[in-house]
Design a protein around this ligand. Sequence first.
Ligand SMILES: NC(=O)c1ccc[n+]([C@@H]2O[C@H](COP(=O)([O-])OP(=O)(O)OC[C@H]3O[C@@H](n4cnc5c(N)ncnc54)[C@H](O)[C@@H]3O)[C@@H](O)[C@H]2O)c1
Length: 411
Amino acid sequence: MNRISVVGLGKLGLPLAVSLASKGFQVVGVDIDERKVRAINNGISPVSETNLHETLTRFKDSIVATLDYDYALRNSDVTFVFTNTPSNPDGSYSTRQLESACREIGKVLRDKNVFHVVIIMSTVLPLTCEETLKPILEEQSKKKCGVDFGLCHTPEFVALGSVIHDFLNPDFFLIGESDPKSGRIVENIYRKISDSKIVRTSIVNAELAKIAINCFLTTKISFANTLGEVCEKLPNANANTVTSILGLDHRINAGCLNAGLGFGGPCFPRDNKAFNFLAKQLSCQSWLAEATDKVNAIQVDKVVEKVKSRLKGKGTVAVLGLSYKPNTETVEASQSLEIAKKLSGLGYKVKVYDPQAMNEAKLILGDNVVYCNSLQQCVENTGLCIVATPWKEFKHLKVSVPVINCWNIKK
Ligand SMILES: NC(=O)c1ccc[n+]([C@@H]2O[C@H](COP(=O)([O-])OP(=O)(O)OC[C@H]3O[C@@H](n4cnc5c(N)ncnc54)[C@H](O)[C@@H]3O)[C@@H](O)[C@H]2O)c1
């Protein structure tokens, strides 16, 4: 089982493909985007991610990209599927790309007479694999899941900016399996990656665990932000000190407990909404998920109110950081970007700087803000600075004007 195909070579799929290549697997990547396929075969990464370009260059002999499902599946024993599942307006995930990928996979499996395992990596709602994807695979292949081919769901708990590191060093591997043979095959692959704990369970448990983990983490973030607001109003209380004390309790753990801006990015906001959607569909109350979203929605306005009270008139504001978190160019659902947008909408002159996300931000902020090439240029001639994304380089900020340090980052 040394030959693996990866379908969907995007922000997650390509880092997964190079991570597998770095562990000695021969990887065939499939995408419908010809430009991506060509770039990868030329040793150029079409997506930006920490260490991706270096790892792709180093292991380029172990990776080939193609548009051809037939070639990919015939030259592999298992297929990881990492296409996107964008949110629908009702909070559920679209499975359009996954369905299309499974149709193509099923067609090839029809003529393949070796047991092949299909591993769904994308985030999906519980029962998607069983009720939507398995029937497509069985219909197209004319074969039986669990007998002629296997289906697994192994969600990833990686963060943009550290995707390769997180793939190779997970807290645990989670394998939802259609049958023990398929689970064993996936377990053997993961054993070659790391000796982290492996949990094998049903597919539906794995589907639910993935969104439940993100939902729980967003609950922690909103709680920390509520605590932060209380601390601001309580004489001499310090949010960082209080949350770090909470983090010492092993039942709580320190992760996702920094009081600061709310959560953003391509996963947390939508996974919380998806959990809420699921609960409602099952006639369960999901008050916590709703409250978490409400708390998150007011974080940007809290910063805007601080600007209004600290800067008399409509002066110039420097917004430092636009990505939704450090070490990524992603600005999707970024609260930092939202602050810049709101302030500019209110008539402030807004100058912005981000070490990586300037191009992405321009697509959304357009001509409404002034783009600066450096931190120094951004803070010059401003009436107030906002440290919106806690990039390391902002720790050394020295300015004479008031600073709203959303994350209390210090040297
Ligand atoms: N971003 C995160 O931090 C994170 C973390 C864990 C899980 N996820 C999940 O991972 C999944 C993928 O996310 P992403 O950010 O990598 O998406 P992406 O949009 O960056 O990449 C998806 C890729 O799939 C390709 N594709 C689409 N349809 C295809 C098809 N039929 N056949 C072959 N290729 C096809 C696209 O061209 C694209 O290259 C999502 O379900 C997401 O929720 C994301």
